[in-house]
Design a protein around this ligand. Structure first.
Ligand code: DQA
Length: 144
């Protein structure tokens, strides 16, 4: 099983970006945690980050035929991007929305996700562990 982890804007700053909200692990530390668990579960993971909306859209489009599941922390684009929502919808790859923080316990503008209606599920509020939980959820993504 192949899982594509996509990370949106400012997640390259994890580790020193508002650590009281996002924790002290860097994105590279999170990738290491995910890779350790993926090895145990015999899953293939790829990890990418971009601050550019169009680049994320391109990666979602190119995932077709290459990945079984996308795990997406769209960061601020979660709350604004029709383009990301349309890309997820267009490619039809099951997509799991991830957030480190519990977006519903934060400012009102973070309560709205434009991508949630086209994702198969959402994991938020568990810090770096949200990523590991997304990996575990990906195994049975189509089971109800
Ligand atoms: C975030 C939550 C978003 O609201 C915010 O814009 C981020 C990070 C999270 O992982 O908690 O950049 O996606």
């Amino acid at each position: 099983m192949r899982i594509l982890f996509l990370n949106g804007p400012n997640l390259n700053l994890l580790g020193h970006r508002e650590p009281e909200v996002y924790g002290r692990l860097t994105l590279s530390d999170i990738e290491t945690k995910v890779r350790e668990r993926a090895r145990e579960l015999k899953m293939n993971v790829e990890f990418r980050q971009s601050n550019l909306e169009g680049e994320l859209v391109g990666w979602i489009q190119q995932a077709q035929g290459k990945f079984d599941v996308i795990a997406l922390n769209a960061a601020a684009y979660t709350h604004t991007s029709v383009a990301l929502r349309d890309a997820i919808s267009a490619v039809g790859i099951p997509t799991i929305e991830i957030h480190l923080s519990n977006v519903h316990a934060r400012e009102q503008f973070r309560h709205k996700s434009l991508i949630a209606p086209v994702c198969c599920g959402l994991i938020a509020g568990f810090g770096a562990n949200s990523y590991v939980l997304a990996l575990e959820a990906a195994i049975n993504v189509n089971a109800k």
